[in-house]
Structure formats: C-alpha cells, structure tokens
Ligand binder design. Structure first.
Ligand code: ARG
Length: 297
C-alpha cells in the first residue's frame, strides 16, 4: 500500500453516555460529572488522533451532531472499500438519528474526491465496519451478525463490493459488534476473544487461519477493549493493554501503542470503533480471493 492510511474520526464535542444500548454503557457514571467526563474524553480522543498520525496515518474529522452521542464511533457509519461506502442502518432507535448527518458527511467526502460511490444497506440492519472488517491479508470481509447487524446484510456487502464475505455470527450481547472481539492484523494473525464467537464463527475462523495465526485474547484483554484495535503496518493502537498482551504482540514483531480510552469504554467502544479507514483497497490484498466463496455474487 503506498497511499497514506486515512481515518475518519468524529469530533467528540457532542459525545456523552446518555443511554444504555449495550451492557458496558454507564449513563449514571457519566451523569455524575458530565463536564469532567467530556474533558477526559476529549483528551483521549486527541491522544488517539495523535497516535494515528504518529504512526503515519492521516485523520479527517467530521463534526458530530447534537443528541447523537454515539456518532463519535464512525466505524459504525459505513463499510468502506475501493472508494465505495455502504452506509449503515442502525438497529437501535437511539442511533438511527445518526443516519441523516452521516449521509450528508459521506456525500461531502464524495464531493471532496475521497469516495467515488455512496449507497446504503437496505431492508435490514447493519452497523458498518464494526460488523464488517476487511482482512487485507486474505482479501475478504469478516462479517458479524447477531445483536446489531442482520445476517442477510452479508449478501448486500458481498454484492456491493464484489468481494467475498465470511460470516461470523456473534454469541453474546456483551460483544455486540464483531470489532469488540475480532481483529485481523496486517501480518495475517487474528486477535480474537473465543467466548464471543459462536461455534459456526469459530469454524469459519479455523478454516481460514493456521494455528500460529490465531491469537486468543483473554477475559481481561477483551474487557479492556484491547481487541478493538487499529493495526497500521506493524503498529497496533489500542486502549491501554495489560503487559501480557503487549508482550505477546511485541514478540510477533508489532509495536503496541496504548491510549487511555476509559471514557469511551464507558460507552462500550475502543480505538477501532472510534475510527473508520477510508482508503482500503482490495487490490492491496495479499492473498487471491478466488479460493473463497463469494456470497450471492
Ligand atoms: N455506544 C455505542 C453503541 O452501543 C458504542 C459503539 C461502539 N462501536 C463498535 N463498533 N464497537 O452502539
């Protein structure tokens, strides 16, 4: 990949924890001192942006919208590949108000030349890159379903991008988006939290990875939102990891950057879901996709 990695982030000015739509969300904790929490969240957001830029990435920040606090998690806004964006349809009414401002923002990105085509998921729910993670080493999407995204969305993703999808049904409400429990790394490893995946998901993963490519996260890693990580080349940016996870990844030749994202974990989010990669291309995939099944081409 030669182009600069480009990440969308949403300005955190309207961020708060105002409701609970996943088991991690603590509106009471936030509400006890909203100004202090917003201050700390803003620092965490800036630290993440700084870490992405220090790793060689470029960050494009869009404004949030009043009353839509979770717009700060743009991974849920859309699936993006090859300049094409497929906008999300949110399951929870609390987040459906993001769809109009996001459509306007993505149209703006298209007009700026950062995207060539913008469409939306139709007739079912799907929450963007949080439940459709591009695996550049394998040339396919891993597509999550269950608590938020409908299983039938996988067909639309395969058809829109013309790339294979591998279905990963999720097992628990706690790990409600695939990106909370599953992270393909640039070297072909997958960091994942087994209890969050169904038997079918584990079979799909086992079929497509060698044993030495499977890095199991433990309870503490998953609860610290460290699986929700951004991998840029050999750098992995994540919420502050435990020493053991840092050491395991360092051993594999990765540089691990921990960022204090405690205020976003209060909403059930970490580094990956606070970003959306805009410049991914299927041509950069290392492995030919032809060996994988294309769902409803
Ligand atoms: N509070 C947000 C929600 O429940 C957090 C979203 C985190 N996004 C993610 N892709 N994991 O929707």
């Amino acid at each position: 990949m030669t182009a600069q990695a480009t990440y969308l982030m949403t300005d955190p000015a309207h961020y708060q924890v105002a409701y609970a739509i996943n088991p991690w969300m603590k509106p009471g904790v936030w509400g006890a001192d909203p100004a202090a929490h917003l201050g700390a969240a803003t620092n965490g957001w800036r630290a993440l942006r700084g870490a992405l830029e220090a790793a060689g990435g470029k960050v494009i920040a869009i404004p949030g919208a009043a009353g839509q606090p979770d717009m700060v998690f743009p991974a849920n806004a859309a699936v993006v590949l090859d300049g094409k964006a497929l906008l999300a349809r949110f399951r929870c009414p609390e987040r459906q108000g993001e769809e109009a401002p996001l459509a306007a923002a993505f149209d703006g990105l298209r007009r700026q030349g950062l995207l060539t085509e913008v469409a939306a998921i139709e007739g079912c729910f799907h929450e963007g890159a949080g439940d459709a993670i591009w695996d550049a080493a394998r040339g396919h999407f891993w597509v999550g379903s269950g608590p938020r995204s409908s299983p039938e969305a996988a067909d639309q993703i395969a058809a829109f991008f013309g790339r294979p999808v591998v279905r990963i049904p999720l097992a628990t409400e706690q790990y409600y988006h695939l990106d909370t429990c599953f992270c393909p790394l640039s070297g072909g490893e997958v960091l994942y939290y087994p209890p969050a995946l169904t038997g079918a998901a584990l079979t799909a993963l086992y079929d497509r990875t060698r044993p030495d490519q499977r890095l199991e996260a433990d309870d503490e890693d998953a609860e610290a939102f460290c699986v929700n990580a951004v991998c840029l080349g050999r750098t992995i940016i994540m919420a502050e990891p435990r020493p053991r996870l840092r050491a395991r990844l360092t051993e594999r030749g990765y540089r691990v950057i921990g960022v204090d994202l405690a205020e976003f974990i209060l909403s059930g989010g970490g580094a990956f879901c606070m970003t959306l990669r805009l410049d991914l291309t299927s041509a950069a995939a290392a492995a030919p996709a032809a060996t994988l099944e294309l769902v409803n081409p």
